[in-house]
Write a protein that binds this ligand. Structure first.
Ligand SMILES: [Mg+2]
Length: 149
């Protein structure tokens, strides 16, 4: 599998560090953030392909607010939500806001890996479409419209 950039966002620091290390061992370029604010800062620096986002986080930005901002900063970045049974409702809200999928905690790496791959593939396909549209635009003679060209 081609490598891609993953950002894990979770307020449980032990879980966060363990997951980031496991993803790195699987040759992914993984980074961790323990709050929504930290995640958004990292996203502004270098874009991520996929964000794994804990829906239940205390303090300033909660999971849903962080999701909204992630979608705004990186519209092509795919988001996989991590949720407990108690926050399933919130995950459904997250799916409506454009999250790629969700996983129930505790998360098994065997479950996360295929979802990460699928999310990355979706992003790559989206980027390919955009690239093709741009090439078509470039090839068009000045003044030509898609209708008469
Ligand atoms: Mg949490």
């Amino acid at each position: 599998m081609e490598t891609f950039r993953v950002l894990v966002v979770d307020d449980e620091v032990d879980f966060l560090e363990t997951l980031v290390n496991r993803l790195r061992r699987r040759k992914l370029e993984a980074e961790g953030a323990s709050s929504g604010e930290e995640a958004l800062e990292l996203m502004k620096g270098k874009p991520f392909d996929v964000v794994v986002l804990d829906i239940k986080m205390p303090g300033g930005l909660d999971g849903i607010e962080t999701l909204r901002e992630i979608r705004r900063i990186g519209p092509l970045t795919e988001v996989i939500l991590l949720t407990g049974h108690a926050s399933l409702e919130t995950s459904i809200e997250g799916m409506k806001l454009g999250a790629f999928d969700y996983l129930l905690k505790p998360v098994k790496l065997e479950e996360l890996m295929p979802k990460l791959a699928a999310a990355f593939e979706k992003k790559a396909a989206q980027e390919e479409k955009i690239r093709k549209v741009k090439i078509r635009e470039m090839m068009r003679a000045p003044g030509e419209t898609p209708e008469n060209g």
